[in-house]
Design a protein around this ligand. Structure first.
Ligand SMILES: NC(=O)c1ccc[n+]([C@@H]2O[C@H](COP(=O)([O-])OP(=O)(O)OC[C@H]3O[C@@H](n4cnc5c(N)ncnc54)[C@H](OP(=O)(O)O)[C@@H]3O)[C@@H](O)[C@H]2O)c1
Length: 323
């Protein structure tokens, strides 16, 4: 089958390690299903993998991709949940210390087919296209859990989303807006700030700019470059929800500010299959749809990786295996 895979890893030159070509079809063990993918989406995780983060040499070559939507062996249209728990794990999948994401231990979804545990399949509603559905399992699910589960954000609150152009960030803006939250967003790029406004942000600011008032919660995916601004932007008692650290993970913790203002620093990772099913239903009923920067045939995957690596993307890059 055609697939986009990491042949090697290189922290400084990830794109040189990407190979788009033929890979063996996946084998589904008992309790697993094979899905013929109609669409798959790219995440920053795929660039981390090419850099060797979470992908040791003994797992290479590895088909990349955490996100996909397609048709299972029984002809059902499905969305694939990419969190694979260890055998016998019960309960919240994101709390399994031995969980992995597709493309870490098991071959990923940037391919014509993927094998996953049957319980990882969520039915795709008719009104959602395969391309839209393929955007949901990582970036959108992460934003959903950050906002509603870990951040406990309620209608009427004000939330700041850092790095407005990212996959998680654009999802957070759209979902927050749909839920009646006042959404503010930052970006380094004027073009991305304008797009964030069109997407539903109530106000946008340059990265690091002083805000007109402090916010109830900050959604943080950027890390070191925006961390101090995130802490300064919170009301006393506010919450910073962090799921990523693209720009680095060693900012000053600013402990004086954390304890004096009684701030909560909350980590968040992916989401459960149940949350993915809720998210899919929310989109089906609300009409909210993922922002798709571009759709490319899988054979042109390199173009999408290069755009993400260069920071030229607003929303999600989607690949279609059938071209
Ligand atoms: N824990 C989890 O389960 C989970 C799930 C999904 C993602 N993540 C992590 O969350 C992060 C975002 O993921 P994503 O897929 O949304 O990535 P992405 O699409 O690559 O996000 C890129 C955004 O990050 C911002 N950014 C990057 N470097 C920056 C810098 N030096 N200063 C300011 N802003 C910067 C940019 O915002 P502007 O250009 O608009 O300023 C850019 O639009 C990644 O680190 C990813 O690994 C974690």
């Amino acid at each position: 089958m055609l697939a986009a895979a990491a042949a090697r890893t290189d922290a400084n030159d990830p794109l040189s390690c990407l190979e788009v070509g033929e890979r063996p079809d996946p084998q589904a063990p008992d309790g697993w299903a094979t899905v013929r993918l109609r669409a798959a989406s790219l995440n920053h995780h795929d660039l981390w993998s090419l850099q060797g983060v979470g992908l040791p040499d003994d797992k290479l070559p590895m088909v990349l991709g955490c996100d996909g939507a397609g048709v299972d062996e029984d002809g059902n249209d499905v969305v694939v949940h990419g969190v694979i728990t260890s055998p016998g794990w019960m309960g919240d999948e994101t709390l399994d210390p031995r969980r992995t994401l597709l493309s870490e231990r098991h071959q990923g979804a940037l391919a014509e087919q993927v094998a996953v545990p049957r319980r990882n399949l969520v039915r795709k509603p008719e009104g959602l296209s395969f391309e839209e559905a393929a955007c949901l399992p990582t970036a959108w699910l992460t934003a959903y859990r950050m906002l509603f589960t870990r951040g406990a954000v309620k209608p009427g609150m004000t939330v700041l989303v850092q790095g407005a152009g990212g996959g998680v960030a654009t999802a957070a803006i759209a979902l927050g807006r749909a839920a009646g939250v006042r959404v503010w967003a930052t970006s380094r790029s004027e073009r991305k700030r304008e797009r964030a406004l069109r997407l539903g942000a109530d106000a946008v600011f340059e990265s690091g700019a002083r805000l007109p008032e402090r916010v109830d919660a900050v959604l943080e995916t950027v890390g070191e470059a925006t961390w101090s601004h995130s802490l300064k932007s919170l009301k006393p008692g506010g919450t910073i929800v962090v799921c990523g650290a693209t720009s680095g993970q060693a900012p000053s913790a600013e402990l004086n500010r954390v304890f004096f203002l009684q701030l909560s620093v909350v980590g968040s990772t992916m989401g459960t299959t149940g949350e993915l099913a809720q998210l899919v239903q929310l989109l089906a009923s609300s009409g909210v749809r993922p922002v798709i920067d571009r759709v490319l045939p899988l054979s042109d995957a390199r173009e999408g990786f290069a755009a993400l690596d260069a920071g030229e993307v607003f929303g999600k890059v989607v690949f279609t295996p059938a071209g």
